[in-house]
Design a binder for this molecule. Structure first.
Ligand code: ZN
Length: 344
């Protein structure tokens, strides 16, 4: 903890947390995008405890002034090469005035006014008609709905708002002619793998009513979170990649929003993973699907698909969301073919 605090102190409030280039989409075509991660005073919700899986409290600082934010914009501009899509993330909500003062927000919009698309994230309570009027027509607002199940939002995630709050915010944004990207969390704490798959499928159907894009984020165990405590105790396993492809398959053709997933920590024991041998091939397929929307891109083969199916079945029988391989190991006889060393 002390080490984490010391490391935090070393981070300069006037520098960006990170900045990189990647591909995304604008109106159905692949485009270059710049991603900017800003350092801010952090998520208002994280300060009161925050979400069970969110590491934003670790990422936030406490002394970021408007002047620092201006310098961070300067740094972003120095790296900008005219990408038509710019994505700005803070460690919380871009529309929270305590994180990003309106004057900084306005400068951002001015500097990137030549972009075809600008995306930022916000909790729904900051999405008001007054604020929406100040946003450019190129804006996409990312909403972290996570789940449409009130119990999951409250007990598993501790999200601090309801699915209805997200829906209202989404509809306000859509009415103003702006776009919505909704984030869903695949496998929050306490959900078995199969319950998690069902939950994300149901949540996507719910989100489809107010979303242009639905991005599925499989649980990635971040440092200093409640999810990490459960994970260390063997009470939680990040989802299988097969569960993610299952969700995408079930939704394909049943939602009008573009489906996408770009898992952080994919292929590691903290992130979404399979047996280790097939992870990068499956992740590549998910990446291709996110652009093509063609389920054929999700096709992959590996012996561990049988282990995944047995895992779902064993969890159902035992009625637990604990990591079965770690808690019960070979005693459970999860499969004759040992799945090539799941990386724990
Ligand atoms: Zn495999």
């Amino acid at each position: 903890m002390l080490r984490a605090l010391k490391m935090k102190e070393k981070r300069s409030p006037s520098q960006l947390e990170a900045c990189w280039k990647e591909k995304d989409m604008i109106s159905g075509r692949v485009s270059d995008a710049m991603v900017v991660i800003m350092r801010t005073n952090g998520c208002c919700w994280a300060k009161t405890g925050g979400c069970t899986m969110c590491g934003y409290r670790q990422a936030s600082l406490t002394r970021v002034a408007a002047d620092d934010l201006d310098k961070q914009i300067d740094e972003a501009l120095s790296k900008y090469k005219g990408e038509p899509f710019v994505k700005i993330y803070t460690s919380g909500s871009f529309l929270d005035e305590d994180e990003i003062p309106p004057v900084i927000r306005e400068r951002m919009f001015r500097e990137f006014s030549g972009c075809e698309r600008i995306l930022f994230e916000s909790r729904p309570e900051f999405v008001t008609p007054e604020v929406i009027r100040t946003l450019p027509k190129t804006a996409t607002i990312a909403l972290g709905l996570e789940s449409s199940d009130p119990e999951v939002l409250k007990v598993s995630i501790n999200k601090g708002f309801t699915q209805e709050d997200s829906r209202k915010a989404g509809l306000l944004i859509k009415e103003a002619g702006l776009k919505v990207r909704t984030y869903l969390l695949l496998k929050p704490p306490f959900l078995t793998e199969s319950a998690a798959i069902d939950d994300t499928v149901r949540s996507a159907m719910f989100a489809d009513g107010f979303s242009d894009e639905i991005s599925i984020n499989p649980l990635n165990v971040q440092r200093g979170t409640y999810a990490e405590r459960l994970w260390r105790a063997g009470e939680l396993r990040s989802p299988w990649l097969w569960s993610l492809t299952e969700v995408l398959r079930r939704l394909s053709g049943n939602v009008s929003a573009r489906l996408m997933s770009s898992p952080s920590g994919g292929g590691t024991s903290r992130g979404v993973h399979n047996c280790g041998k097939c992870d990068s091939a499956v992740l590549d397929g998910i990446g291709r699907f996110s652009f093509s929307q063609d389920v054929k891109d999700l096709d992959a083969e590996c012996g561990c698909i049988g282990s995944w199916q047995r895992y779902l079945e064993s969890e159902r029988i035992l009625g637990t969301a604990a990591d079965l391989d770690r808690r019960f190991g070979d005693d459970l006889a999860l499969g004759s073919e040992k799945d090539g060393g799941i990386r724990h």
